[in-house]
Design a protein around this ligand. Structure first.
Ligand SMILES: *Cc1c(COP(=O)(O)O)cnc(C)c1O
Length: 415
């Protein structure tokens, strides 16, 4: 791990060999900071994705699978009872229901897109990292659909905490390999998956789960997740007759947020708000708010905002939502922050729980704790008087809350 602190873009740019390739960069961010042994494999994925993305036959096949197997387009849900709790006259809220996608979150969009690409490339085996298990379940599902083998690397501590997702992956036919080294969590799982990939690039595609990591992953994952925003934009124009004033999404590595925002980055009047995990509060140091409290550095193969100390050591993170509990964020959101196109905000664990409960009781939706950060932040914006009369708000519900029931039960017992 080589950290870059107090960077300049020239410094950042000088650190890899593909500076000339604009596709790998978002401003100063992105690039490819990987062992030599992975360069050829990453280049192969990059050109395969570029060819596929320009090929109408690929899109026909992908669109059909997303419609028939995933259930796209997902609903745009008008949320009048949630809107009323904001206490602002005329405000309208629409929820993009990624929780209604097969397997219960947006992660399947990327898993299916890359799975199809892997099959096109003649690969027979998918490998992936997973933290809480959501991405692993999506990859195991896609492997089953497409007739590919799947090996999922998961930290031993995460396996103990996320038993039901381990069972799901195994039921679906994937092999789950426990990682007992390093932090025994997501970071160690990524390391082991990379090691596997270096040894088996001929047969294997590394199906990375968020819009981070070395090029081409940030761009490729964004391409697959941009369907969220493309659908929502036309659904909202049909339902409300205009573009939204605010678009709100939670930010872990950044894939559901960048997928939602991409359709609106060219509309300067649309405010794009990424909500990060504030954990127990920014001042406690126990959070995962990388855009808000991090600094530019190198992690997991790419240059972007990172939570690190002054010596470049990666910080320990905390969030009530496992999917947000990550000390990095992708390069595209890092760039959009630096040029002022997106705003970033923080929702603490408590704010997210308030969001979860409010949505449960107003709209009949048990949302994922990750997505509940976006809901909680909207409630807070309204309390602060930061939502104007007649505002039109689009909010991404990235996933459903089944996986969080044990945590939610504990909160009910605690009163
Ligand atoms: C994994 C996950 C996230 C966070 O990942 P992003 O790449 O930031 O979208 C958010 N919500 C849910 C439901 C997840 O499973």
């Amino acid at each position: 791990m080589r950290m870059v602190i107090g960077y300049t873009s020239a410094q950042a740019a000088g650190q890899d060999g593909e500076r000339h390739d604009d596709r790998g960069r978002f401003g100063a961010f992105g690039g490819r900071y990987v062992p030599e042994g992975l360069m050829a494999a990453l280049t192969e994925v990059e050109s395969a994705h570029r060819r596929a993305w320009a090929d109408p036959a690929f899109h026909r096949e992908l669109d059909e699978l997303l419609r028939d197997r995933v259930g796209r387009p997902t609903l745009l849900h008008s949320a009048p009872r949630l809107a009323r709790t904001l206490g602002v006259a005329g405000v309208r809220v629409y929820l993009k229901r990624e929780d209604m996608a097969h397997t219960g979150a947006h992660k399947i969009n990327n898993a299916l897109g890359q799975g199809l690409l892997a099959a096109r490339m003649g690969k027979t085996r998918l490998i992936a990292e997973t933290g809480a298990g959501q991405h692993g379940v999506a990859v195991a599902t896609v492997a089953s659909m497409l007739g590919l083998d799947a090996v999922i690397y998961m930290g031993a501590d995460d396996m103990a905490r996320q038993q039901s997702n381990v069972v799901r992956m195994r039921l679906l036919g994937a092999e789950v390999r426990p990682v007992g080294s390093g932090d025994r969590r997501l970071k160690a799982a990524v390391t082991e998956a990379v090691r596997d990939w270096v040894a088996h690039t001929e047969s294997t595609h590394f199906l990375f789960g968020t819009a981070a990591g070395p090029a081409p992953y940030p761009r490729m994952v964004r391409d697959h997740q941009s369907r969220i925003g493309d659908e929502a934009r036309s659904q909202l124009l049909a339902a409300a007759g205009r573009l939204p004033d605010h678009v709100i999404a939670c930010v872990g590595g950044g894939s559901n947020a960048v997928g939602m925002f991409h359709a609106f980055t060219g509309d300067p009047d649309v405010r794009l708000i990424g909500v990060e995990a504030g954990g127990r509060g920014l001042d406690t140091g126990q959070h995962a708010a990388t855009l808000s409290a991090g600094s530019p550095g190198e992690m997991d193969g790419s240059f972007s905002y990172v939570l690190q100390d002054r010596d470049g050591q990666i910080a320990r993170t905390h969030s009530i939502a496992a999917g947000l509990d990550y000390p990095g964020v992708g390069p595209e959101l890092s760039h959009l922050k630096d040029i002022g196109r997106i705003e970033h905000a923080v929702a603490t664990d408590a704010v997210a729980v308030h969001g979860l409960h409010t949505l449960c009781r107003t709209e009949g939706i048990i949302t994922a704790l990750e997505s509940a950060h976006a809901v909680g932040h909207l409630l807070e914006l309204a309390e602060r008087g930061a939502v104007a009369e007649d505002a039109l708000i689009l909010l991404c519900l990235s996933g459903r809350g089944d996986k969080d029931l044990a945590i939610a039960a504990g909160l009910l017992d605690a009163g």
